[in-house]
Ligand binder design. Structure first.
Ligand code: 5GP
Length: 203
């Protein structure tokens, strides 16, 4: 489970979409949210957009692996698709905030890798939020006001990227994913392979 967090506008969504596009074995977890779709967002692609009663019913049924209130709305990761992907041997990428990252890591510390994405400057963060023009000025100001609180969580993460240059940040993220995938503990097939290797050795 690869968890990516950042303040809004630091480029985490673009990084995560590209990592998933480049790796068939990596599945993006699609969250539920009570916020309204932005222009261009599609039901089931960016999020499952649900009303507050439906969201709260899922909380009551323990249908979320984690959930949190972010920017006045609720966001949660449905548990079942994540478990199904993991059982099928796939990796799962989460684009979630620090509260969700903490919950996912608490549930399975050895199976979670956490990556935090920082903007190069606060002015850059502001520029990117206004440039993507998906939210009104008031919503953007609220998100910017919350950025320092989110950024303050950086030291709980395994890796921290400064997204100054997108291609460089993406290359670093891909390296992190590849190296973490190669860890011995994540490749249980190795012990059988080594047994076979030794059995086939000439006396
Ligand atoms: P946005 O409204 O910009 O799509 O997302 C706002 C914030 O909520 C982002 O930091 C995003 O990573 C976070 N987020 C999205 N889905 C989830 C989720 O399922 N759980 C948690 N904890 N945070 C989420």
């Amino acid at each position: 489970m690869l968890v990516l967090s950042s303040p809004s506008g630091a480029g985490k969504t673009s990084l995560s979409r590209r990592l998933v596009a480049d790796h068939a074995e990596l599945k993006l977890s699609v969250s539920c949210t009570t916020r309204s779709p932005r222009p261009g967002e599609q039901e089931g692609r960016e999020y499952a957009f649900v009303g507050r009663p439906a969201f709260d019913a899922m909380v009551a049924e323990a249908a979320f692996l984690e959930w949190a209130e972010v920017h006045d709305h609720r966001y949660g990761t449905p548990r079942a698709p994540v478990l199904a992907a993991l059982e099928a041997g796939r990796d799962v990428l989460f684009d979630i905030d620090w509260q969700g990252a903490e919950q996912v890591a608490a549930g399975a510390p050895a199976d979670v890798v956490r990556v935090f994405v920082l903007p190069p400057t606060m002015a850059d963060l502001r520029r990117r939020l206004f440039a993507r023009a998906q939210d009104g000025a008031e919503v953007i100001e609220r998100r910017l006001a919350r950025a320092p609180g989110e950024i303050a969580r950086w030291s709980a993460y395994d890796y921290v990227l400064v997204n100054d240059d997108f291609d460089q940040a993406y290359a670093d993220l891909a390296h992190i994913y590849h190296a973490e995938r190669l860890k011995r503990a994540r490749n249980p097939w190795l012990s059988g392979f080594v047994t076979g290797l030794l059995e086939s050795a000439e006396p």
